[in-house]
Ligand binder design. Structure first.
Ligand SMILES: Cc1cc2nc3c(=O)[nH]c(=O)nc-3n(C[C@H](O)[C@H](O)[C@H](O)COP(=O)(O)O)c2cc1C
Length: 167
């Protein structure tokens, strides 16, 4: 199925930026999940983007009940194109649905309540480890300073997939 819309869930804005960037590139309308649930017909083919929480693509479960998911993008702090197996299994994305991970960003000032506490605990836990894997070391560095890693370059895999699909 060829997607006819892009739907996203974003907490601090990085996933929204990717959704808008992608919409512009492929010429599809972009909806937040709430707006899409309200305004798009049942079964609409969509590209779904959600931020990553514990390797889980937020909002995917809700989106899949209503829409026909053509591809999923998980936006996290991980490097673009990594953690694919982990994210697919944590979120329960079937193998036939293309999955992409995109590096988003971190903005501590926009986090509230439990999310802020979880990040604080994660940083504390990682900092207290005597020895860290290179991946944990990188995650710790990214969590210690705010930053945006959103770029058109990171969307290249999704754009290649889309061009191939519509040919
Ligand atoms: C509580 C919490 C858990 C997170 N878990 C992950 C994770 O498992 N993997 C990852 O790569 N990024 C993780 N992140 C980072 C976010 O996915 C990242 O900041 C993302 O860009 C946020 O997107 P948004 O601005 O659209 O909300 C986590 C962030 C928070 C606050």
């Amino acid at each position: 199925m060829i997607p006819s819309a892009i739907v996203y869930t974003s907490r601090t804005g990085f996933t929204r930026q990717y959704a808008q960037m992608l919409g512009k590139q492929v010429g599809l309308p972009v909806y937040s999940l709430e707006d899409g649930l309200y305004g798009l017909p049942q079964g609409t083919g969509i590209i779904y983007l959600g931020w990553l929480f514990a390797s889980h693509v937020q909002g995917y479960a809700k989106a899949r009940k209503r829409f026909s998911i053509c591809a999923v993008c998980g936006v996290g702090l991980c490097d673009t194109g990594t953690l694919l197996e982990q994210v697919r299994s944590a979120t329960g994305i079937p193998s036939e649905i293309p999955l992409f991970t995109l590096q988003g960003g971190f903005d501590r000032s926009k986090l509230k309540g439990p999310n802020k506490l979880l990040i604080h605990m994660l940083v504390k836990g990682l900092s207290s480890q005597a020895q860290r894997s290179p991946q944990d070391e990188r995650m710790l560095q990214l969590l210690q300073k705010d930053g945006s890693y959103v770029s058109l370059d990171n969307l290249s895999g999704v754009l290649i997939w889309y061009q191939f699909l519509i040919k």
